[in-house]
Design a protein around this ligand. Structure first.
Ligand code: ADP
Ligand code: MG
Length: 642
């Protein structure tokens, strides 16, 4: 195994301010600029040298646009259209914004209280909201104005009222989810009062939803104001607003189209700018949208290998089952590049158990997921390296071929079985489905085989447990089901990503033993991912230590444990407590791993290493052979054969 080419792409420096994100979204930026111009003009209208918008001049009726002194022409009473347009826009914007604020305030308050209180209060509030929603929307607004009497202020009330349900329902939904979360329970246990909980703990998390709802309704509200005024129920003559101007121009559509087209275009520009900006704000405030989580998931991680792989040449003996050479997986978020995996080399022989060890965030899971291209794209991209499974390059396989491998010849076990098992199907059905996906079995045969599998993973009463739902099983039981599922199709390789981390120690030992014996029975190789050297020593033949996206040491478990070569490995081993040796020092490793979007030159561990010297912080470090089947990425290994 040899050095791996250095990533050449450098992230651009600089922050990720909200404005930058908005500006990157072209449409939102366009909306922002347009809205800013319109608002600026509206604000400056009183200062501009414009004629009185309400002054009539019968002699100058219906002048066309371009007439000197009346650049946009005049209407049927000879009033200057430019002046009326600007003053009218001010009114429309003011009413729209005010109505939005009123609706957002009351709607959010109702939603927060209903979602938080639940029970009878929720029922009462939501049924009242339903009552309001039972009326056709615009009809209700018309009724309210009819009762209150026409006028701008009354139109504002009407629009605000009919929009309250919109906010109330949205906010209630979000609050409902949050009110039952652990951080709220923790605040409650610390003695916080309901009002503090609601406004101190929940409101900050709901706030983005409120802002997004506001930004997406504002355009709508401006339209509704215009609608009511158009019908003569909003602004009263001679006051101009966009809707009333449109209404007045309607009668002259054929003789003087500019009278209605001009306010129409203004409404269009206002609403489109608000909506485009609103979408941008939503994308900015929802971090999942930024990362691309809501775009349709791709069946396999994108591969853009512009860097040739360094073929692993150090592997001797029989053909390996899996060989990974120079694997590089990155997450591209905006102009930031997170190098989660920066050149990983691994070799796994049939039936072998390899432990992949490293601190949280060192890139173990991303490595494991890259094997069958399960890293989500976007933002994940495999940018370099080669992965050969049973002699074939998995990075070149079609989606169909990958599907056949997944869960078939290669299976995964994850840390949290509750999120891997489907909550709404009995575990038996899920096992049967796993079997059916890769084997041609009759239903009866598949069920029988599923029961056998459950018995194999030592679930008592397997026949009855077939009908149990995941939530009815304990954590250990659920993980046993996942192991059964992973072994169902006699895989050649089982990738187990921290399968025992969520379990208590006694259950952990049982699960490890189970995995070891069952894998041995089927001669399945195991790639076992963990942060715990104690677990590795119980289960694995060989171990690879990972740090900041790279393998820093590799070798047979016994040898690495008794004589670690990399200072990081030594530190990790020191972190494992040993029963009965209470005077042994268990020290945490000082400092934190480097951020993968700003990796330092030289050895990534240098800043935390007690032996680091100047030479460690320079150049590129290769994973070098330091003995038979031992390799380390270190200038001054603690152990070497020489
Ligand atoms: P671990 O060794 O604990 O399994 P991971 O492989 O999950 O670590 O993560 C390695 C790095 O990749 C981390 O810095 C993490 O923040 C980053 N990462 C993982 N998944 C994503 C993702 N979907 N988007 C962006 N970054 C990610
Ligand atoms: Mg992980």
């Amino acid at each position: 195994m040899d050095a791996v080419s250095t990533p050449t792409v450098r992230p651009k420096p600089g922050g990720r301010s909200g404005l930058r994100l908005l500006v990157r979204n072209r449409l939102a930026a366009f909306g922002l600029v347009l809205l800013a111009v319109l608002l600026l003009v509206a604000l400056l209208t009183p200062l501009l040298p414009l004629p009185d918008p309400d002054a009539t001049a019968p002699a100058d009726r219906l002048l066309p646009p371009g007439t000197p002194g009346h650049w946009l022409g005049t209407d049927h009473l000879g009033r200057d259209l430019l002046s009326r347009l600007l003053w009218g826009s001010r009114v429309s914007i003011a009413v729209g914004v005010s109505a939005t604020l009123v609706a957002a305030f009351f709607g959010s308050l109702i939603g927060l209280v209903a979602g938080y209180a639940g029970g009878r209060v929720d029922n009462l509030l939501m049924r009242s909201i339903d009552l309001v929603m039972a009326f056709p929307y615009i009809l209700l607004a018309l009724t309210i104005v009819a009762v209150l009497g026409p006028g701008l202020l009354n139109a504002l009330y009407a629009i605000a009222v009919v929009n309250i349900p919109f906010f109330a329902r949205n906010i209630r939904g979000v609050t409902l989810g949050l009110a039952r979360r652990e951080f709220v329970a923790a605040a409650r246990l610390s003695g916080a009062r309901p009002a503090t909980l609601l406004f101190g703990e929940i409101l900050p998390s709901v706030w983005p939803t409120i802002v997004v709802t506001m930004s997406t309704t504002l355009g709508w509200m401006i339209l509704e104001t215009a609608g009511l005024s158009f019908l003569g129920l909003g602004a009263q003559p001679p006051q101009a607003d966009l809707g009333s101007m449109l209404g007045e121009g309607r009668k002259l559509l054929f003789t003087a189209p500019h009278v209605s087209i001009i306010p129409g275009v203004m409404i269009f520009l206002l609403v489109i700018s608000v909506n485009l900006l609103g979408d941008g704000v939503r994308d900015y405030l929802d971090p999942r949208l930024k990362a691309g989580a809501l775009t349709a998931p791709v069946a396999a991680t994108a591969v853009q290998r512009d860097r040739p792989a360094d073929r692993a040449d150090g592997s001797e003996g029989p053909d390996p089952l899996l060989s990974v050479a120079g694997l590089q997986t990155e997450f591209h978020q905006g102009d930031r590049i997170h190098r989660a995996v920066g050149g990983v080399d691994l070799v796994l022989h049939p039936g072998e158990r390899l432990g992949l060890v490293g601190e949280s965030g060192s890139g173990k899971s991303v490595t494991a997921l890259s094997l069958l291209r399960l890293v989500p794209t976007p933002p994940g991209i495999i940018v370099g390296g080669e992965i050969r499974f049973a002699g074939r390059d998995t990075l070149g396989l079609s989606a169909r071929e990958l599907r056949q491998l997944r869960g078939g010849r290669v299976s995964y076990i994850f840390q949290d079985p509750l999120s891997t098992l489907h909550p709404l199907f009995p575990v038996g059905d899920q096992l049967v489905e796993a079997l059916h996906t890769h084997q041609d079995l009759s239903s009866g045969k598949a069920r029988q085989r599923a029961v056998e599998l459950l018995e194999k993973v030592q679930i008592p009463g397997a026949q009855q447990r077939m009908r149990a739902y995941p939530h009815e099983l304990s954590g250990g039981m659920r993980q046993r089901v996942c192991i059964a599922m992973a072994l169902a199709n006699r895989p050649d390789l089982v990738v187990a990503d921290e399968p025992t981390t969520a379990l208590d120690v006694t259950v952990q030992a049982q699960i490890l033993e189970l995995l070891r014996s069952l894998a041995a029975e089927q001669n399945s190789a195991v790639l076992f991912i963990t942060h715990d050297f104690g677990v590795v020593s119980e289960l694995c033949d060989r171990v690879a230590v990972m740090y900041a996206g790279r393998i820093v040491e590799q070798g047979p478990t016994e040898e690495v444990l008794s004589a670690p070569a990399h200072p990081y490995t030594a530190k990790l081993i020191e972190c494992v407590p040993v029963l009965g040796e209470s005077d042994r020092k268990v020290e945490a490793i000082p400092g934190l791993p480097p951020a993968v979007d700003e990796l330092p030159a030289g050895c990534h561990f240098a800043d935390r290493c007690p032996f680091a010297e100047d030479q460690c912080r320079r150049g590129e470090l290769a994973l070098e052979n330091i003995g038979r089947d031992r390799a380390a990425r270190c200038r001054k290994p603690l152990w070497s054969e020489a």
